[in-house]
Write a protein that binds this ligand. Structure first.
Ligand SMILES: Nc1nc2c(ncn2[C@@H]2O[C@H](COP(=O)(O)OP(=O)(O)O)[C@@H](O)[C@H]2O)c(=O)[nH]1
Ligand SMILES: [Mg+2]
Length: 305
């Protein structure tokens, strides 16, 4: 199966619910003001966001859809082009390419979004591109979290720096970055404990992890990735907002797009924050991570089956 097919298949549930819903609105009637309102409402309900939904509505209105043409195709094309224009500048495939220097990558996000799993998947792609990868088990809250990352390290055959449960997550990160620099690793992927963006002490600790890495390399962390769960709906907007305030985010990863979640929220985030989108999670397995490509995302979004 090609990448595109895999992506569409994984993303199918969420995207096709959207595309079928939109089709139902369009197919029945003339594209008059009432229909335009319905389309706009539908986009907002699909988490596309008020600003983007209004812009898409206006583009459709200006285009004056020819009633003799296939309206569904015409509007899907508008939507697709809108998504591509908005999101292709946010692609960042170079993230995965071979690097010569150390890249300390801090991975953040609230509990259960898929941080640890995503680190495993990212590690695999980085490694296949001839990078030298090491993990930092800086979620020291639960023993299970350390074990989970260890399992990933074994599975994809990379090294890991860890400590015992309850130990200082920042000191684990320090050790890992230090080891990486000394032994010419290209990437340290730093796992962190899930934290609520409104818990002040946890956010301080998160900042501390970033700060200790700077003692080894003033440019660290070179990447700060925020992992978002597509099934969390509107909450993810808050998460981007709050995490970005603590340490500026350099890239986003949206997971669980293989479920029944509405992927529209990624369009709203793209519109509002213009942050690079690194990859999309489409399952629990090691190969279920798709490097973000706007055109693929747009195409999957308008596909009904
Ligand atoms: N369906 C699906 N499940 C995922 C995806 N990413 C992670 N998960 C699952 O979500 C759960 C939480 O993942 P985990 O990596 O432990 O999250 P963390 O708490 O942020 O580290 C696990 O059961 C993962 O297998 C994804 O893209 N799709
Ligand atoms: Mg975890």
């Amino acid at each position: 199966m090609g990448i595109f097919e895999k992506f569409k298949l994984g993303f199918k549930k969420s995207a096709s619910t959207f595309a079928s819903g939109l089709k139902e609105i369009i197919i029945k009637k003339e594209i008059d003001d009432k229909a335009l309102n319905e389309i706009e409402d539908f986009l907002i309900q699909s988490d596309v966001g008020v600003t983007a939904s209004e812009e898409i509505r206006n583009i459709i209105a200006e285009k004056k859809i020819d009633p003799n043409k296939n309206k569904v195709n015409e509007i899907n094309l508008i939507l697709k082009n809108y998504i591509i224009d908005l999101m292709s500048p946010l692609e960042n495939e170079s993230f995965f390419k071979i690097k010569n220097n150390l890249n300390a990558v801090l991975v953040s996000g609230v509990n259960g979004v898929g941080k640890t799993t995503t680190i495993g998947k990212i590690g695999k792609i980085l490694k296949s591109n001839n990078n030298k990868v090491i993990f930092s088990a800086s979620d020291t809250f639960r023993a299970a979290a350390i074990e989970q990352l260890e399992n990933w390290a074994k599975k994809i055959d990379v090294e890991i720096i860890k400590s015992s449960q309850g130990s200082d997550p920042a000191s684990v990160a320090y050790k890992a970055v230090d080891e990486a620099l000394k032994n010419k690793f290209t990437h340290v992927l730093i796992d962190t404990a899930g934290r609520l963006q409104n818990k002040k002490n946890l956010m301080e600790e998160y900042k501390k992890i970033a700060n200790v890495t700077k003692k080894i390399d003033p440019n660290a962390p070179h990447e700060v990735l925020l992992v978002l769960d597509a099934t969390s709906g509107q909450n993810v907007i808050n998460q981007v907002e709050e995490f970005n305030k603590i340490i500026p985010i350099t890239g986003l990863i949206m997971t669980k797009l293989d479920g029944t979640a509405k992927g529209g929220i990624l369009i709203a985030i793209a519109k509002k924050y213009k942050l690079p989108i690194i990859a999309l999670g489409l399952g629990e397995k090691e190969d279920d991570l798709q490097i973000f490509k706007a055109e693929q995302f747009a195409e999957a979004f308008i596909t009904t089956n």
